[in-house]
Design a protein around this ligand. Structure first.
Ligand code: ZN
Length: 212
């Protein structure tokens, strides 16, 4: 069974996820830790739980989701996995940080690429990869059918949806991704998003104002 723990990091209140199972193998998804104190909070959690981090996974690579990616790669000696179509987003992060006056970002490069239909395994667990473009061109989500959840990044939020006013965004693609990849999951699946509290597929189908 996969345990899910998340931190809310940086002034963007970005959710950084640690997933681990009974083998104590773990993956870190979207490390948004920016300050040294935040990086140490993440590391201390891994050490306290005696977890072995197997990989760094990215739902997408907007700046708030990669603030701590270089740190995680180096600290835990793991590879960074992302979708190839998000490479232009990642390569733009350094410039965006400068433009917005955000200090402390350390540039990072991907090691491996994931795409629709891939299955990522760690410990006794597996995550199905779906491509959910719209908020970012190479946005992916991680689904556990065994544990009934989706790590959905910035697509579907509790009562809201991801922004599409950034470069390379598409509102139409985002709506299609949510309809075809999220809302085709059973109602009791939990949705863990890149910001705000978890929700469920059923609750969003029923109450999300963008679909009602
Ligand atoms: Zn984003």
């Amino acid at each position: 069974m996969i345990n899910i723990f998340f931190f809310s990091f940086s002034p963007f209140s970005e959710n950084t996820y640690v997933l681990f199972d009974e083998t104590d193998e773990a993956v870190i998804i979207d490390p948004g830790c920016l300050s040294q104190a935040e990086k140490e909070r993440l590391s201390r959690f891994i050490e306290d739980k005696k977890l072995t981090v197997k990989a760094l996974l990215q739902t997408h690579t907007h700046l708030d989701h990669v603030f701590g990616s270089a740190y995680v790669k180096r600290k835990f000696k793991v590879k960074m996995y992302m979708h190839r179509l998000d490479l232009p987003v990642l390569s733009d992060v350094e410039l965006r940080c400068k433009t917005w006056g955000i200090g402390g970002y350390e540039p990072v490069e991907a090691d491996e690429f994931l795409e629709e239909g891939d299955v990522f395994e760690f410990g006794n667990s597996k995550l199905d990869i779906v491509h959910v473009p719209g908020h970012a061109p190479g946005h992916i989500a991680f689904i556990s059918h065994a544990d009934k959840f989706i790590i959905g990044g910035d697509c579907l939020f509790k009562g809201s949806i991801g922004r599409t006013d950034f470069p390379l965004c598409s509102h139409e693609d985002l709506m299609n991704s949510i309809r075809n990849k999220f809302f085709t999951l059973p109602d009791d699946y939990r949705v863990y998003a890149g910001h705000m509290d978890p929700t469920t597929i059923g609750a969003e189908k029923k109450y999300n104002p963008f679909f009602n």
